[in-house]
Design a protein around this ligand. Structure first.
Ligand SMILES: CC(C)(COP(=O)(O)OP(=O)(O)OC[C@H]1O[C@@H](n2cnc3c(N)ncnc32)[C@H](O)[C@@H]1OP(=O)(O)O)[C@@H](O)C(=O)NCCC(=O)NCCS
Length: 185
């Protein structure tokens, strides 16, 4: 899927239902070994729309980023469709950031992370499951290994090498209004 038209600027914006086909194509491309059912993407868009973003450039959708509140430390299993968000959610979970190969290396993931965290009004920590050896990458954004806080079986669906990581959010990050802040249900 290398696309020579993918040059110039790209911006993160809120995902719409009409973006889902493009998002699924990127998920298939980027995560062949960790597939998730299509319903998962629509599910997160419905449950926490402020935490579903797409990266748009002149050629179309070039990436997506998804996150939502959870009760800590209980990351949903990979591929799990959620009935609802936990009413006592107390942490922001970065479900996935995926960017097509030709758009990587431009600090676009950090921009997405900032927007995702801005949707987490009032939450004081963020967490994620690092795969593909991305722990060092996530540590650039303040995430630290917190494997001791989560039961090992919680990570099985993410494959070998998955690592649970946590970042304490500063009040600035927690209250930033880069994306319209949404109160917890
Ligand atoms: C991880 C990802 C979102 C980063 O996006 P990005 O916009 O390219 O990130 P940045 O430009 O801020 O940073 C790129 C840096 O991250 C590093 N990086 C990216 N993936 C990495 C990995 N799997 N392991 C180690 N380092 C990695 C790059 O080597 C690069 O390092 P450099 O700055 O020293 O050159 C993107 O590489 C991607 O979509 N990867 C596939 C999906 C994925 O791994 N998602 C995260 C799952 S937890």
């Amino acid at each position: 899927m290398t696309d020579p038209t993918r040059t110039g600027s790209a911006e993160w914006r809120l995902m719409r239902r009409g973006d889902l086909d493009a998002v699924l194509r990127i998920a298939d491309l980027v995560h062949p070994a960790l597939p998730e059912p299509p319903e998962v993407f629509a599910n997160r868009l419905a449950l926490w729309p402020a935490g579903t973003l797409v990266l748009e450039d002149g050629a179309g959708i070039a990436g997506y980023a998804i996150g939502h509140p959870i009760r800590f430390p209980e990351p949903p299993a990979l591929g799990a469709v959620m009935d609802r968000l936990a009413p006592d959610a107390d942490a922001f979970y970065v479900h996935d950031v995926a960017i097509v190969p030709e758009m990587r290396g431009r600090s676009l993931a950090g921009a997405a992370l900032g927007q995702l965290l801005a949707s987490a009004s009032g939450l004081r920590r963020a967490c994620l499951v690092s795969v593909y050896g991305t722990a060092a990458f996530w540590s650039r954004f303040g995430f630290e290994d917190a494997g001791h806080l989560v039961r090992p079986e919680k990570l099985h669906s993410f494959g070998e090498g998955a690592r649970f990581m946590v970042s304490q959010l500063t009040p600035h990050e927690a209250l930033s209004d880069g994306v319209s802040a949404v109160k917890l249900p």
